[in-house]
Design a protein around this ligand. Structure first.
Ligand SMILES: [Zn+2]
Length: 221
């Protein structure tokens, strides 16, 4: 029996033998929450709307404590979109409090807002791990996040040689890594294979580390 791959972030409701999936579910997608998968639930910054925010965050709160919901996310900050910054911050802060209440990690969406995230990480009452999905910044930022008990998740950017993610990847300690498909066209096997190649690592060794990270991050046994 081989070790499972871990797909830490996807939006599709897929099941495959040999893969442990953490599916991201948005407020209102109750039909997606069955018992077979692990899930993260959260209001994505792209979907933040002043008028529906209360209702959406109430939905997140209502589900946050469920056993198969292992993280709050993806939540975060994004400077590339039109949604007002204040509203993004409000939604983010409120969901960090939800995560703190249930004592679960968060999965983060962060675009051009790493310094703000670091500031939040330093002051937040939420001390469980933070997982930066689609990490795409330089190694200096990676190192700062790692010092603050964060994990960095890599996916299709490992195939884009010029990207910040690609350049930083080899220097990120394996104890702080996750991998994800995020519905970007590569299977989780392909992403692990590329990662093993780039780090010159044995595949089984890599799988063992990531499985260990998964158990540690989510306090699973
Ligand atoms: Zn996503």
């Amino acid at each position: 029996m081989g070790l499972n791959y871990i797909d830490i972030h996807t939006h599709s409701h897929y099941r495959r033998k040999g893969v442990t999936v953490v599916q991201n579910v948005f407020p209102g997608q109750d039909d997606q929450l069955d018992n077979g998968n692990y899930f993260s639930v959260g209001l994505h910054p792209w979907n933040v709307n002043k008028h529906s925010m209360d209702k959406d965050i109430d939905w997140v709160k209502a589900h946050a404590a469920e056993r198969n919901i292992i993280a709050i996310g993806e939540i975060g900050l994004d400077k590339s979109i039109d949604c007002p910054w204040e509203d993004q911050q409000t939604a983010f802060e409120r969901q960090l409090s939800v995560a703190a209440e249930v004592n679960k990690p968060v999965i983060l969406h962060c675009v051009r807002a790493y310094s703000e995230m670091l500031a939040y990480r330093k002051q937040s009452e939420h001390k469980s791990p933070w997982i930066f999905h689609w990490f795409n910044a330089d190694i200096r930022i990676a190192e700062e996040l790692i010092r603050k008990n964060c994990f960095l998740s890599f996916g299709h950017m490992l195939f884009k040689e010029g990207s910040k993610a690609f350049k930083a990847f080899r220097s990120v300690p394996v104890e702080h890594l996750f991998f994800e498909t995020d519905d970007a066209g590569y299977s989780i096997n392909e992403i692990y294979e590329q990662a093993a190649l780039l780090r010159n690592m044995d595949m089984n060794e890599l799988k063992k580390h990531i499985l260990g990270n998964f158990k540690k991050c989510f306090s699973l046994e």
